[in-house]
Design a protein around this ligand. Structure first.
Ligand code: NAD
Ligand code: IPM
Ligand code: MN
Length: 381
């Protein structure tokens, strides 16, 4: 049996609740597969790690992540850990992304099942047919540029952050966007989003995106939008953004939360953070090499509903599917998970769409959604 090592970082708030269901899904696959074994191990990360060790990303956790074939994460942070304190859970996440060189964050908002359209905050005719993949640059820009609070603590009177990009950083994320665009048939259009009318880093961004696509991927359609108007288009006529959006770190953070609710709920959407373009090579082919990656739902620790057992685990379960596809080369199992999720969301056997957590207007608990997905998945394997 081919064995893979998966590090699980449950984190804080609803993190452990949604991770538990994704772990069950992975365990079913491991137990059912004749040729694959998944070895899962949990590590401390985020606020809970600060409470135990004083650090959000303890050395032992980072070491385990570096040695793993892939990492599955819940979410970190919460009101218990003050944003003004020196050590914060979110620093662990940024540190992990940086340490592993995970510059490409892939956030697909294309899991639209028509059964969910009624829960979209947008009118059905606006939300229908939206199929957007956000490619967010993840280890550059204002998140990692120099920042400082000036003045004497606790009376800092000025603070700054630096949004900074190099040509090489823009080139590599552009190539990832291009390869994802090309993986569809016909290839997807690429929308690059920036603020080139104001920011120098955006002017460099736009120039490098144009040069890279023109010289390396001339067959792709490319347009440019300013981030303010793009965020308006995203709610007014989001189908205009169908295809691949490529954008810098902070704009991508904001736009991906915005796009996430179009298919129904923030709780549904997965993400992958990779150190290169995703490959879909088969794990059993002789030259398959796993690509380490970090997989997490795009939502946070949802302190307002944590501990109630009502969080939607689907974003995390779909993140586990992305993990199987992109890091472990197990596309057939990834598809089985996605099909099981779709079947559960589309289920009308009780006379209506009964299998819904509260974010989708239902009353079903996190574990009950997990039970149902596991049951349907077993039938598909
Ligand atoms: P959030 O994403 O945690 O929650 C926003 C809203 O969406 C809340 O009303 C929440 O109840 C709801 N929601 C989120 N996930 C849900 C799910 N799976 N099922 C049902 N409802 C869900 O954003 P926030 O409240 O701004 O942030 C809370 C904390 O999470 C902060 O400390 C923030 O830094 C952190 N955060 C962490 C990550 C991460 O770990 N990747 C991502 C975003 C935010
Ligand atoms: C996300 C989160 C993180 C980010 C925070 C928690 C650091 O919002 O993954 O989208 O801003 O990247
Ligand atoms: Mn975010």
């Amino acid at each position: 049996k081919k064995s893979f090592r998966i590090v699980v970082l449950p984190g804080d708030g609803i993190g452990p609740e949604v991770i538990a269901e994704a772990v069950r899904v992975l365990e079913v696959i491991s137990a059912t597969s004749p040729d694959i074994e998944l070895k899962l191990e949990s590590h401390l990360f985020g606020g809970c790690a600060i409470d135990e060790t004083g650090q959000p990303l303890p050395d032992s956790t980072l070491q385990a992540c570096k040695e793993a074939d892939a990492i599955l994460m819940g979410s970190v942070g919460g009101p218990k850990w003050d944003v003004n304190s020196k050590v914060r859970p979110e620093q662990g996440l940024l540190g992990l992304r940086k340490a592993l060189g995970l510059y490409a964050n892939i956030r697909p908002a294309n899991f639209a099942s028509d059964a969910l359209l009624a829960y979209s905050p947008l009118k059905t005719h606006v939300a229908q047919g939206v199929d957007i993949i956000v490619i967010r640059e993840l280890i550059g820009g204002a998140y990692f540029g120099e920042r400082k609070e000036l003045g004497v603590a606790p009376k800092e009177d000025t603070a700054y952050d630096t949004m900074i990009y190099s040509v090489a950083e823009v080139q590599r994320i552009t190539r990832v966007a291009a390869q994802i665009a090309l993986s569809a048939n016909p290839p997807l259009p690429v929308h690059s989003i920036d603020k080139a009318n104001v920011l120098a880093s955006s002017r460099l961004w736009r120039k490098v995106v144009i040069e890279t696509l023109q010289t390396e991927y001339p067959q792709l359609k490319l347009d440019h939008m300013l981030v303010d108007s793009a965020s308006m288009v995203m709610v007014a006529s989001p189908r205009k953004l169908n295809g691949v959006i490529v954008t810098e770190n902070l704009f991508g953070d904001i736009l991906s939360d915005e796009v996430s609710v179009i298919p129904g709920s923030l709780g549904l959407l997965p993400s992958a953070s990779l150190a290169g373009a995703p490959s879909v090579a088969d794990a059993l082919s002789p030259n398959f090499k796993p690509t380490p990656g970090l997989y997490e739902p795009i939502h946070g620790s949802a302190p307002d509903i944590a501990g109630q057992g009502i969080a939607n685990p689907i974003g995390t379960i779909l993140s586990a599917a992305m993990l199987l596809r992109y890091s472990l080369g197990l596309d057939r199992y990834a598809q089985a998970i996605e099909n099981a999720v779709r079947k559960v969301l589309d289920d009308k056997s009780q006379g209506g769409f009964e299998l819904r957590t509260a974010d989708l207007g239902g009353k079903v608990k996190t574990t009950e959604i997990g039970d149902k997905i596991v049951e349907v998945l077993k039938g598909l394997l």
